[in-house]
Design a protein around this ligand. Structure first.
Ligand code: PEP
Length: 253
């Protein structure tokens, strides 16, 4: 079953709205024509979403946010709701990124609440999972992934799973320059797909996009994306430079 390549750039807490607008304009030029072969999303900080929305979307690029509230509205200072994101043309939202899990105490239960909320509101979540270096070295990668997949997807139906992307991001490979080998990444992706198959059935599991994230760059995107269960990438550092990100996408096709 062919799954269309889906590459998303997570800009994290980088770029002002003005910088983002200039970079998206450039990215749109550099990526013109790839839309048939791959889906591309940019996930800027909340403050840049409005400024880049129409340029990105009119070029067929998807707009993603990096987080959302698990509440609809009200007295939740500092939170951003699903409706606010939808109003700006956002379609994708990252939930459970390892930096949110590590620095902001998000656990699987919060991640599943956010993912369910996103889906119910009409957004498509990109749910991040991945083991730490200690967990990998202790041989518990599969145990960690089983727990995270089960907890983070708790309450998500098979129908909604088809609108959900999984990002496998080994924490030891994020922002470290250390990339999982294509075989290490493939093994984890195949394991995640087997978990999805057990939970949702093989037909559903074969349709779910599983992105790899962790120091993906233009020089390694091709070999990673060539693996059978790797359907795209969630890219941090290497998505910040439009030329480098465009090369990463083109090399992966
Ligand atoms: C990420 O933050 O999701 C990520 C994968 O970062 P990097 O590409 O910089 O490792």
């Amino acid at each position: 079953m062919a799954r269309k390549l889906f590459i998303a750039g997570n800009w994290k807490m980088n770029k002002t709205a003005s910088e983002a607008a200039a970079d998206v304009k450039r990215l749109v030029e550099l990526l013109s024509g790839v839309g048939d072969k791959a889906r591309v999303a940019v996930c800027p900080p909340f403050t840049a979403l409005d400024r880049i929305s129409s340029v990105a979307r009119s070029a067929g690029m998807e707009l993603g946010a990096q987080n959302l509230s698990d509440k609809a509205s009200g007295a939740y200072t500092g939170e951003v709701s699903a409706q606010m994101l939808l109003d700006l043309g956002v379609t994708q939202v990252i939930v459970g990124h390892s930096e949110r899990r590590q620095f902001y105490g998000e656990n699987d239960s919060i991640v599943s609440k956010k993912a369910i909320f996103a889906l119910a509101s009409g957004l498509c979540p990109i749910v991040c999972v991945g083991e730490t270096l200690e967990e990998r070295e202790a041989g518990s990668t599969e145990k960690v992934l089983r727990t995270q997949i089960s907890g983070s997807l708790d309450g998500i139906s098979a129908e909604d799973m088809l609108r959900t992307t999984i990002a496998y991001e080994p924490v030891w490979a994020i922002g470290t320059g250390k990339t999982a080998t294509p075989q290490q990444a493939q093994d984890a992706h195949a394991f995640i797909r087997s978990l999805l198959s057990a939970k949702y059935g093989e037909t559903c599991a074969q349709k779910v996009i599983i992105q790899y994230g962790g120091s993906v760059k233009a020089s390694n995107s091709k070999e990673l994306m060539a693996m059978p269960d790797i359907d795209g990438a969630l890219v941090g550092g290497a998505s910040l430079d439009p030329a480098g990100f465009a090369d990463l996408v083109k090399n992966a096709l």
